[in-house]
Design a protein around this ligand. Structure first.
Ligand SMILES: Nc1ncnc2c1ncn2[C@@H]1O[C@H](COP(=O)(O)OP(=O)(O)OP(=O)(O)O)[C@@H](O)[C@H]1O
Ligand SMILES: [Mg+2]
Length: 239
């Protein structure tokens, strides 16, 4: 961990309840940053969870929304969702169905995304565009944990491997198998395959209409429970 450049001994991620404070000297806060009421006497730092895969349509935006809400439910504050995808699916989702406690920042380019990640505080979830290596690389370079949504059947493993190759060596990452059909051979085979590749599976999210519902409905309780497990894995080492 990099020592702080200022006279800051402990940097807390503002947490109002459950998980306890994360002590970190990770990101120096930007000048003029106010001290958050939830972490008196401490500067606010960020923990960045980047949700990414070069492959499209695997569940990145859904995963980002659910992780952000799972963080709110754990008591993290502030929780920021940075949407680095010009399609703006997660920003639109939250515009249509705002979730109290989540601030959305639209940052649809490499430059704006980098700046947004550097400036954000608290628990930060970054949704990324598919097939954009530059944005992906810039985002994962600033990540504390990288969540890679994937599918069980017909997954292009090479696209996931290419995504993993962009992640800095010491940054933790795991795949999340989205829209999984529980109890199928496909799912078992996928889990076994990741194990063989020595890639951690941070979660299995069942295929559910309620999770696919998007901004037309409230978030699914089952989805939130499953994504809470993923959040726990992503935050391992930070709490
Ligand atoms: N657990 C799930 N059960 C059922 N459907 C799901 C689940 N998770 C995601 N989906 C559906 O899969 C589709 C792709 O999801 P999503 O938009 O989150 O992927 P994405 O990786 O962000 O796509 P893109 O690459 O276009 O940004 C959507 O229709 C979404 O509703
Ligand atoms: Mg998306």
């Amino acid at each position: 961990m990099t020592p702080p450049r200022r006279a800051v001994t402990t940097v807390h991620l503002g947490v109002t309840s459950a998980p306890g404070d994360i002590s970190s000297t990770h990101h120096e806060p930007t000048a003029g940053t106010a001290r958050p009421p939830s972490a008196p006497g401490a500067y606010h730092a960020a923990v960045n969870i980047v949700v990414t895969s070069l492959k499209g349509g695997v569940g990145k935006s859904t995963t980002s929304i659910y992780l952000a809400e799972a963080a709110v439910e754990r008591g993290y504050e502030p929780v920021t969702l940075i949407d680095a995808d010009p399609q703006a699916s997660s920003a639109e989702w939250l515009e249509l169905w705002p979730l109290p406690g989540i601030t959305v920042v639209e940052a649809p380019s490499e430059r704006t995304a980098t700046r947004a990640i550097q400036r954000a505080q608290g628990l930060v979830v970054v949704d990324t565009p598919p097939g954009n290596e530059r944005v992906t690389q810039s985002a994962v370079a600033l990540a504390d944990a990288v969540v890679i949504p994937t599918r069980a059947g017909g997954v292009e493993y090479s696209r996931v491997s290419a995504t993993i190759e962009l992640i800095p060596k010491r940054t933790s990452y795991g795949v999340v198998i989205c829209a999984a059909r529980l109890g199928t051979n496909d799912l078992e085979a996928a889990i076994a395959w990741w194990k063989e590749q020595k890639v951690e599976v941070w979660g299995v999210i069942p295929e559910r209409v309620s999770i696919a519902a998007g901004p037309e409905a409230r978030l699914s309780r089952e989805g939130l429970e499953n994504y809470d497990v993923v959040l726990g894995r992503a935050l391992r080492g930070w709490r």
